[in-house]
Write a protein that binds this ligand. Sequence first.
Ligand SMILES: Cc1cc2nc3c(=O)[nH]c(=O)nc-3n(C[C@H](O)[C@H](O)[C@H](O)COP(=O)(O)O)c2cc1C
Length: 225
Amino acid sequence: MTPARSVTIALTGASGMAYGLRLLECLVDSGVRVSLLYTQAAHIVAKQELDLVLPSRATDAERYFTERYKAAPGQLRAYSREDWFSPVASGSNPSDAMVICPCTMGTLAALAAGMSDNLIERAADVTLKEKRTLVIVPREAPFSVVHLENMLRLARAGAVILPANPGFYHRPTSIEAVIDFIVARVLDHIGVPNTLMARWGRGEAAAVTPAVDPTTPTTPTDRRP
Ligand SMILES: Cc1cc2nc3c(=O)[nH]c(=O)nc-3n(C[C@H](O)[C@H](O)[C@H](O)COP(=O)(O)O)c2cc1C
């Protein structure tokens, strides 16, 4: 895979804002050029989940995240909902890859229908039509048939559906490690080198022997004769 040198990241109003922000941090750290977009609902979720007030204006967002993640001058650009003059709005200048993380069922539906009604939807549409990598990190539980059909439609159109659905075989001992599991998978799919997680089968990951003997009773009820 050709490593991405420019990545568009979109935050929408699904639970799991920490995934999106950690991804943004890792992208900046890796040196790629980042285009940042977020929806109105992302403001609400960021406040609810992280006590973070996302800047309302794109120029403020650019300044805030450039300082927060120590981006190089000009490395991180933010664009507003209807900035049709931004590079990501056109197939003549798309990013190498785009990630929507976390992705709501609402945005997912709009993408599946090809709405292009705001810059996130347009940039994703452009990413698909230009055959660049589009990674969608949906968050909902359970998924309805409508959600599943929308995901199938997008997967058939070339998107990578990578749900916020972390594994636990690496034995995470912190929320950060759980978040990094998903972020590492996203970075792998867009070709951004990372060492967030030990690679399975390289002797780096935890042994597969169970931490607790599964035959040992663990609850008082189990211990009853
Ligand atoms: C705290 C909070 C958590 C939410 N979590 C989800 C979620 O996990 N998945 C989802 O599809 N919508 C979720 N929603 C609802 C969306 O934010 C809502 O449908 C919104 O209109 C989506 O708009 P957007 O796609 O433009 O961001 C959540 C809303 C709030 C306030």
